[in-house]
Design a binder for this molecule. Structure first.
Ligand SMILES: NC(=O)c1ccc[n+]([C@@H]2O[C@H](COP(=O)([O-])OP(=O)(O)OC[C@H]3O[C@@H](n4cnc5c(N)ncnc54)[C@H](O)[C@@H]3O)[C@@H](O)[C@H]2O)c1
Length: 522
């Protein structure tokens, strides 16, 4: 993981970046210095001789060259990341920190340097005007850290920011308690928070992509690890059997811990295998997708798919610990961030409308991995789930509310043979549930309109190909259905989910038109 440091000129990007790198034993790179070295000229000289436009071309080249960099603190020029391409390239491999300061303080600092090209002959008023002009451009940059004294000691402020603990809660499910820790951590640190008092051996099931990027973080504390590609179709009996055999060969014991390091697919498999091997051993989750941080690692549902039925075989057996570290999200593809946000939107509809507002207002920040915004979405969603699962751990009644949108979602996933993401399917399922709610006179149209707008902003589908009759058949296989029919979770308004049974087939078919391009087989 890299740490990228940006901010308006004079915020101390180079001084603090270098101090931070030293403190964390990471490499240090300054993009301006790389450009200077390329031409053997100072930034000022490049501006004077060739102009700013040429400088920006060089800057883009340098940023591209840093694509493969790892374990490095990268300080950028003041404007480097105001260009979307540069922002996208650098944030693929790291967390971006945006330093900011009071313009008066900045002026006091920069007026001493006349080597900066944009400061040549500039007055204080002109400097502040420039600051105010640029300020809105920095608005969408994430992880703002206020710097007031520009000395190396501010590196500690950054370290505190990067290791902040946000929440530690217990969730009681039946007679078991899960401890959930929401904490930022530096690479290699997680083990000390979750394994401080462990006695038995640790076996890790890890997502293959996650292993390539973050694997070192937990590898060394494991007795043995097993790597699986985090695809929904891998949540199957074959893999469960392979995992049982692996554990037995590795001499698993009753006090062993099975640890998942990946998204919901790895977590669901890990929970299932841990509840069945030796009739049950402990499991811990270190979720690495947004969806698994705010939803699937919480509440203890585990399972595998069988035939065309999603999560057909499984258990309700909560993990002993869940360690949620949002800094792991920097490497998650943006589409997966959107997918996770859909489960948060669902939690918003069920129990905390502020989640929806937050996503609407801070989407750009969230997409750029703004830790504070993500943590607010994650902690609020976890609390909605905690309230529900503690009251109804084994889904006798209100836990079904957490399935809002999932009846159609699971049918769509199965129909499309798990080639659509879970979040995308849930987004479509939510539209469907709101359409049904509207048709039955339960809620007004504006909820669905707002949802569709937000899903569009998230780059997710609001319509999909499918066959109505097939989907109705698949929905009948939903785990909430009984001999009396399917229990649909619908919405009366914000925070007012209801269960409806016995909706006529005519209405179910008609509502499908809202999300389906009919008669197209997958
Ligand atoms: N148990 C529950 O209560 C519950 C609740 C909701 C969903 N689920 C299940 O969760 C699954 C979906 O989970 P998901 O959305 O996390 O998907 P996932 O586990 O398939 O992960 C999505 C993709 O992200 C990759 N990935 C994971 N972490 C990464 C990281 N940090 N950086 C880069 N790539 C990374 C994976 O390799 C995969 O390609 C479904 O099977 C669904 O049924 C379970």
């Amino acid at each position: 993981m890299n740490i990228i440091v940006t901010g308006f000129m004079g915020t101390g990007k180079t001084t603090l970046g270098r101090a931070l790198a030293k403190r964390l034993e990471m490499d240090f790179i300054d993009t301006d210095m790389l450009i200077e070295n390329k031409l053997n000229l100072s930034v000022s000289e490049i501006f004077e001789k060739f102009g700013e436009k040429y400088f920006r071309v060089l800057e883009r080249e340098v940023v591209k060259e840093l694509k493969e960099e790892n374990n490095t603190v990268i300080a950028t020029g003041g404007k480097t990341l105001l260009y979307k391409k540069n922002l996208k390239t650098l944030t693929k491999n790291g967390i971006l920190l945006t330093l900011h300061s009071d313009p008066e303080d900045l002026w006091e600092r920069v007026k001493k340097y006349d080597s900066r090209p944009l400061l040549k002959g500039i007055t204080k008023d002109e400097f502040i005007k420039l600051y105010l002009k640029r300020a809105p451009l920095y608005e969408n940059l994430p992880n703002k850290i206020k710097i007031s004294n520009f000395s190396e000691t501010e590196a500690e402020t950054i370290l505190e920011f990067l290791t902040k603990e946000l929440m530690r809660i217990e969730i009681k499910i039946g007679d078991k308690i899960s401890e959930v820790i929401l904490k930022r951590s530096l690479p290699g640190e997680i083990e000390k928070y979750i394994f401080s008092e462990k006695k038995g051996k640790v076996f890790m099931i890890c997502d293959s992509k996650v292993f390539g990027i973050h694997g070192e973080t937990l590898k060394k504390i494991c007795q043995s690890f097993y790597i699986i590609s985090g695809k929904d179709r891998n949540k199957n009996l074959k893999n469960a059997e392979r995992l049982w055999k692996w554990l037995i060969k590795e001499n698993v014991k009753r006090d062993s811990i099975l640890l998942s390091f990946g998204g919901g697919v790895i977590g669901d498999l890990c929970g299932f295998v841990s509840s069945t091997i030796l009739r049950g051993i402990s499991h811990y989750h270190v979720p690495t997708t947004l969806l698994s941080m705010l939803d699937s690692s919480i509440g203890g549902k585990n399972g595998i798919n069988l035939l065309s039925m999603k999560n057909a075989v499984g258990t309700i057996n909560p993990p002993d610990k869940v360690f949620v570290d949002p800094t792991l999200l920097f490497s998650l593809p943006r589409k997966e961030i959107s997918s996770g946000l859909v489960e948060a939107i669902k939690a918003g509809f069920i129990g905390d409308p502020l989640i929806f507002d937050l996503i609407e207002k801070r989407l750009h920040l969230i997409e750029n991995i703004d830790l504070e915004s993500l943590e607010e979405v994650i902690s609020r969603s976890i609390k909605v789930k905690k309230t529900i699962v503690e009251k109804d751990p084994f889904e006798k009644n209100i836990r079904k509310f957490l399935n809002l949108g999932h009846t159609l979602a699971h049918a769509l996933e199965s129909f499309h043979r798990y080639r659509i993401s879970h979040g995308e399917a849930v987004g479509l399922g939510l539209i469907y549930s709101l359409e049904l709610s509207e048709m039955l006179g339960l809620c007004s149209k504006d909820l669905k309109a707002r949802l569709k707008f937000l899903l569009n902003e998230l780059g997710l589908k609001t319509r999909i190909k499918g066959n109505k009759e097939n989907l109705i058949d698949l929905m009948k296989m939903d785990k909430k259905s009984t001999e009396e029919g399917i229990d649909f979770v619908l919405l009366k308004g914000w925070g007012e989910p209801v269960l409806k049974r016995g909706i006529s087939k005519k209405i179910l078919l008609e509502a499908l038109e809202e999300v389906l391009d009919e008669n197209t087989y997958n």
